[in-house]
Design a protein around this ligand. Structure first.
Ligand SMILES: C[S@@+](CC[C@H](N)C(=O)[O-])C[C@H]1O[C@@H](n2cnc3c(N)ncnc32)[C@H](O)[C@@H]1O
Length: 480
């Protein structure tokens, strides 16, 4: 009896991706069927002994030659996470460092007619001998998907849950109703197969539980009820209670995409900043950020992230309704500029001693906001009316190309379609809110909106980011 352990990992769920093995091989390497009671995971039942053939290599110096040759003839055992080179099962030979090469299931030790020419020749030259080999696989070997396939009834096999959100050590499932009877079992396997995951939660009560602050009701399925997590995104560290604030690791690319659009020394106003995944990395790049969130808990953890990532010179936290914050921020930025607020950057060290040290660089707060970010997809478009009059009476700030009117990046949901339907839908809603006709196109052109497809959120729903410059007629309208 011989045992082996996984030699590498799979994806987040430990799923394997072998290249279409033969039906015979699939049958041999399938985990045992363990249709145990709903919530009891008996790991011992996953032990399986697989009878294979092995080519014992008499002279260790020929191993690589035979490995190469048996790979060419497709006789070497090719299974993810199993090394085909194993110590000889005989204790004395193993102690002498002798090794065996595991062979594919179609090679039978007792039937030389199943041996290819490499094995035949090796045996003839007395460099190889073919012997039975009992490979023992256990619970640790099988992937998340393998184990669930063993445990769940067949009618569940076509859509075994695979994806989940993570925040630090917490995995957040959103299981369909039909999987609920198996939820604890699924969570247990998930923890076993993902060493970084300690706690598994499932979103509960879909109807009406989503709060204004985008937090959710949950049930702990495995591990301790500890949702104080630590995550790293764009080289910034965030520590927060996942039950009290919004966080979605799947938005990392979108966060980075927008942050890359911001130039150092510009001002960005994040109207619904959460705990700062746009604001803090932008601050690290030398962008001035006025970052707001109405959830007092988000505000608390955003302040911690600002301190922890040492961006307090650049990022200013606020906790108010985004609707009022839009005008407030525009006024406050202008006031900061008029008060000559600035940041002094230490002068770079001279390259040699004889060069005088250059003067420190002073970066003033500019008078106007370059970008507004609004990531509240369910309702951000409804806030857009608040841009009316954002620069009322301040036309001069933008005269003669001194500055461009702010670019708004409003996240939103719309239909999933290959045609213009979602683009037109988004532009119609924006036009209605700001009282100015907008159509899909180039964000730099007044009256046009560039729409970026962010991600899938449901079978018929996608998340988008609509970017456009506030039209002059809207920005300079009276505040009323
Ligand atoms: C989808 S989350 C996005 C948070 C963050 N920008 C991110 O990308 O992770 C939306 C945020 O809007 C905040 N929020 C909800 N209503 C708000 C309002 N009226 N004014 C300001 N923030 C609000 C919520 O607290 C939540 O943090």
């Amino acid at each position: 009896m011989n045992s082996t352990s996984p030699s590498n990992g799979g994806d987040a769920t430990g799923a394997t991706t072998t290249t279409s093995p033969s039906p015979e091989k699939m049958a041999v390497l399938r985990p045992p069927i363990v249709r145990s009671s709903l919530n009891a995971l008996n790991r011992a039942l996953f032990a399986k002994k697989i009878n294979l053939a092995a080519a014992a290599v008499h002279d260790s110096r020929t191993i690589s030659k035979y490995r190469k040759s048996l790979t060419g003839t497709r006789e070497i055992l090719t299974v993810e996470r199993i090394s085909p080179i194993v110590p000889h099962p005989d204790t004395t030979l193993r102690q002498q460092g002798k090794k065996c090469i595991l062979l594919e299931p179609h090679v039978k030790p007792e039937s030389p007619e199943t041996w290819g020419p490499t094995i035949q020749e090796g045996v003839q030259k007395e460099e190889l001998s073919v012997m039975p080999y009992e490979l023992e696989l256990g619970y640790d070997y099988w992937s998340f998907h393998d184990i669930l396939t063993s445990v769940l009834p067949e009618e569940f096999h076509d859509d075994i849950p695979g994806g989940f959100n993570t925040a630090g050590h917490v995995a957040h499932l959103n299981l369909r109703d039909r999987f609920l009877p198996f939820r604890k079992l699924i969570a247990e396997v998930l923890v076993d197969k993902n060493p970084a995951i300690k706690t598994v939660i499932n979103k509960v009560d879909n109807v009406g539980s989503d709060s204004q602050f985008r937090t959710f009701a949950y049930e702990v399925l495995a591990g301790p009820d500890d949702l104080n997590v630590r995550v790293t995104e764009s080289n910034c560290v965030f520590e927060f209670d996942y039950s009290k604030v919004y966080w979605n690791s799947k938005l990392e690319t979108e966060h980075r995409r927008l942050v890359d659009l911001f130039a150092p020394g510009e001002v960005v106003c994040d109207v619904m900043a959460g705990i700062g995944p746009f604001a803090v990395p932008a601050g690290k790049r030398g962008v001035f950020v006025w970052a707001n969130d109405m959830n007092p808990e988000s505000y608390k953890y955003m302040k911690r992230a600002i301190d922890k990532n040492k961006v307090s010179k650049y990022v200013r936290p606020f906790c108010t309704d985004g609707r009022t914050f839009i005008h407030q921020a525009a006024d406050a930025v202008l006031a900061a500029h008029l008060a000559r607020e600035s940041i002094t950057l230490p002068a770079p060290k001279p390259t040699n001693k004889s060069t005088p040290r250059p003067a420190p660089k002073v970066v003033p707060v500019p008078p106007t906001i370059a970008h507004f970010v609004m990531n509240l997809p369910a309702s951000a478009i409804e806030f857009l009316g608040c841009y009316r009059g954002v620069y009322a009476g301040h036309e001069a700030l933008f005269a003669d190309g001194k500055a461009k009117l702010p670019m708004v990046h409003a996240h939103c949901f719309s239909y999933k379609a290959d045609d213009e339907t979602p683009l037109n839908d988004i532009c119609e809603r924006i036009s209605r809110e700001i009282g100015f006709p907008m159509r899909p196109g180039d964000a730099e052109v007044e009256g046009q909106v560039a729409i970026h497809d962010v991600r899938d959120v449901a079978p018929a729903k996608r998340m988008f980011c609509a970017s456009f410059r506030v039209p002059g007629a809207v920005a300079f309208a009276g505040r009323g």
